[in-house]
Design a protein around this ligand. Structure first.
Ligand code: ZN
Length: 284
C-alpha cells in the first residue's frame, strides 16, 4: 500500500504539470461522480493529506482520490498512446494540452467544495508529513539539519499550519491504551496518518523497538521524528531506489546482526498487517 511519501510525491508531480493550467480533458470513470457537476476550469493546486490526494480547482471545488492498495497515477505526454487511457483499470484522466495524468485503480473518488475537504479527512490523525509536524524541542535540530526534518513541500497553504498538529498527534498516542503494541498503533490512521507497513517497520528497526512493545515503554518523539525522516527521504527518492533494512526481508540476515528477519501480523483480527523485524535487535 502506498504510504504518505508516495502520495505526496504524486501530488507534487501532478501539481507540476496541472497547477495553474486549464484542463482540456476530464474523464472520471466512477459511478457516483458526474463530470457534469464539475466545473473543470483551471487547476489551482494539487496537495496530499496522508494518503488522500486533492486536485483543487480555481472554481472552488476539489477532486478527492485515494490510492488504496493498488492505485497509481502516471503522467504522460498528451497525444501519446497511454494518454488514450483505454485500459479498463483507468479511473480518472486529467489533461492539459501538454500533459495527461492517468489514474489507475484508484480506491476512492469524490468531488467536494474545497472548503469542505476537511470533512473527508476528519477521521484522520495529524499527517506526519505536514509542513509543521515537528516537535517544538526538535526545532533547533531541524533548523541545523533541515533535510532531515522538513518536508520539501511546495510553498502553498497546507491543510496543516502549525506544530500544534504534532502535539495533537502525541496527545492521540497518550489517549490510547498504554498496553497497546506500538506497531499496530503506528498504522492506526486515526492516531497519526500517513504511515504504512514499510516505514512502521523501518522506524522501529532504527530504534531497536519490537513492534509488540507497549506504548507506555516506547520513546515516541524520536521514533516519530525518524519515521518522518524516512518518509521525507521517500519524497526525495522513491522507495524503489533505497535501502530497506527489514520490510519484506523475512528470512534474510539482519543488516546489523545477521539474525534472520522475522514477520508477524499486527493489528485487530479484521485488519491485520505484516510487521517485519529483527528478533535480536528488536527483542523488546
Ligand atoms: Zn538484528
Amino acid at each position: 500500500m502506498p504510504e504518505g511519501d508516495t502520495v505526496l510525491s504524486v501530488a507534487n508531480r501532478l501539481h507540476e504539470v496541472l497547477g495553474g493550467h486549464s484542463l482540456t480533458r476530464v474523464d472520471l470513470r466512477w459511478p457516483s461522480v458526474s463530470v457534469d457537476a464539475f466545473n473543470r476550469g483551471v487547476v489551482h493546486d494539487v496537495d496530499a493529506y496522508a494518503k488522500h490526494l486533492f486536485v483543487r480547482f480555481a472554481s472552488g471545488v476539489s477532486l478527492h482520490t485515494h490510492l488504496r492498495m493498488d492505485g497509481v497515477w502516471r503522467v504522460v505526454p498528451t497525444g501519446s498512446r497511454e494518454a488514450q487511457a483505454s485500459s479498463p483499470t483507468v479511473r480518472a484522466v486529467l489533461a492539459t494540452s501538454e500533459w495527461t495524468c492517468v489514474g489507475y485503480e484508484l480506491g476512492m473518488m469524490d468531488i467536494v467544495p474545497t472548503a469542505r475537504e476537511r470533512d473527508l479527512i476528519a477521521h484522520l490523525g495529524p499527517d506526519i508529513l505536514a509542513d509543521q509536524c515537528v516537535p517544538t524541542h526538535l526545532l533547533d535540530q531541524a533548523r541545523a539539519d533541515p533535510a532531515r526534518f522538513l518536508a520539501p513541500r511546495r510553498a502553498h497553504t497546507s491543510l496543516l499550519v502549525s506544530d500544534r498538529d504534532w502535539i495533537e498527534a502525541l496527545s492521540r498516542f497518550a489517549a490510547q491504551p498504554q498496553t497497546r503494541p506500538i506497531g499496530e498503533t503506528l498504522l492506526d490512521q486515526s492516531v497519526v496518518s500517513g504511515i504504512g507497513t514499510i516505514f512502521m517497520a523501518e522506524g522501529l528497526f532504527t530504534h531497536r523497538i519490537s513492534p509488540m512493545r507497549p506504548l507506555a515503554d516506547t520513546p515516541l518523539v524520536p521514533l516519530l521524528a525518524s519515521i518522518r525522516g524516512h518518509l521525507i527521504r521517500g519524497v526525495v527518492r522513491p522507495v524503489a531506489g533505497r535501502r530497506i533494512h527489514v520490510h519484506s526481508r523475512r528470512g534474510q540476515p539482519c543488516m546489523r546482526c545477521g539474525t534472520p528477519i522475522a514477520r508477524r501480523l499486527v493489528g485487530p483480527p479484521t485488519a491485520q498487517r505484516p510487521a517485519f523485524y529483527c528478533p535480536t535487535c528488536q527483542h523488546r
